[in-house]
Design a protein around this ligand. Structure first.
Ligand SMILES: [Mn+2]
Length: 320
């Protein structure tokens, strides 16, 4: 797919709605804003329908295209970074009422749920948007605002070029985007390093609570509702904790549990090497990816910890 094909699809429609998955992340927000900015440059009235965009992305231009309420008919719906229709959340109703639908995504599991589908197994949807421009020789449309949005998706989905989805091409595109004078240091810091004072304090509590299992292969920590209250923290203030736990070099698997009810805990699991944490999460009714998964469990902290330690230890035994 190239930009001209998208323009041709939009031809004759007054309204274009761009959307992405629920709980929008850096790639989803970046891709939606970038495409809206690009289409506006081509005189196409594109709006972005995304719910609950985190304020992390307030630095991006394009948020002025966010739709407040949708009362349009006879429109084109473009879905970005979304593997299936259900992942559109409430916006799937807007999808259903569209005259024409387009699906552009990089998840290989994509169900090709639209009239026009373009799925490419690359680092991010933002990488696809760049290639779409390139194929139409339209990179001259790139400006600082568009490049900031695309760069955001590129580094978000690659973990700042750390994950195995990063390719030579990803770096080349990043280089092209940097030419437009974007402050890549600031974007990287905003996405991965800046934190609020209270999230630093709650991280301290989580680190203080951290402990190993008996053979020092599994690291575990917890936070209770009372501990969260002490620093006026919500779950979103604890997002990096499991990742930081997973940086402990001696550990094979990191587990973080956070209390979300009198007797229930949300469990986050990470592994760096051979342990498949998805299998462990599935055992307790959850799921995810081999290296990052989650589930919800009932019981007290010690009971949950013992169950999770046993499950991981069992798998370690099988691997060795
Ligand atoms: Mn993505």
């Amino acid at each position: 797919m190239n930009l001209q094909e998208i323009i041709n699809i939009c031809d004759g429609y007054k309204n274009i709605i761009i959307s992405g998955h629920i709980h929008p992340d850096g790639d989803c927000v970046g891709a939606c804003y970038a495409l809206a900015l690009i289409l506006h440059k081509k005189g196409i009235n594109a709006a972005v329908a995304l719910d609950d965009v985190p304020d992390t992305y307030d630095y991006l231009k394009g948020s002025n295209y966010l739709l407040k309420a949708i009362k349009k008919d006879n429109y084109v719906f473009i879905s970005l970074d979304c593997g299936d229709k259900e992942r559109l959340g409430a916006n799937s109703e807007i999808f259903d009422k569209a005259a024409v639908t387009v699906n552009i995504d990089h998840h290989i599991s994509n169900t090709k749920f639209a009239d026009y589908n373009y799925v490419s197994d690359v680092s991010s949807t933002c990488e696809i948007i760049y290639e779409i421009l390139k194929r139409s020789s339209a990179t001259k449309l790139l400006d600082k605002d568009i490049c900031e949005a695309l760069y955001t998706g590129l580094i978000y989905d690659t973990g700042a070029f750390k994950h195995s989805n990063t390719t030579k091409r990803t770096h080349e595109i990043a280089g092209e985007l940097i030419k437009h004078g974007i402050d890549f240091t600031d974007i990287t810091n905003r996405l991965f390093y800046y934190r609020s004072y209270k999230s630093l304090k709650i991280l301290g509590t989580a680190i203080k609570n951290a402990e190993f299992n008996t053979d020092n292969k599994v690291i575990f920590t917890h936070l209770t509702i009372d501990e969260l209250k002490e620093y006026d923290c919500a779950k979103k203030d604890t997002e990096s904790i499991v990742q930081i736990l997973n940086e402990v070099i001696e550990s094979e698997c990191a587990i973080f549990i956070i209390q979300n009810g009198s007797n229930t805990y949300k469990v986050s699991l990470r592994s760096r090497n051979d342990i498949d944490v998805c299998k462990i999460a599935k055992k307790f009714g959850g799921g995810g990816h081999t290296k990052a998964s989650g589930c919800t469990m009932s019981g007290n902290i010690t009971e949950i910890k013992d169950k999770l330690f046993s499950a991981v230890e069992e798998q370690i035994k099988d691997i060795i």
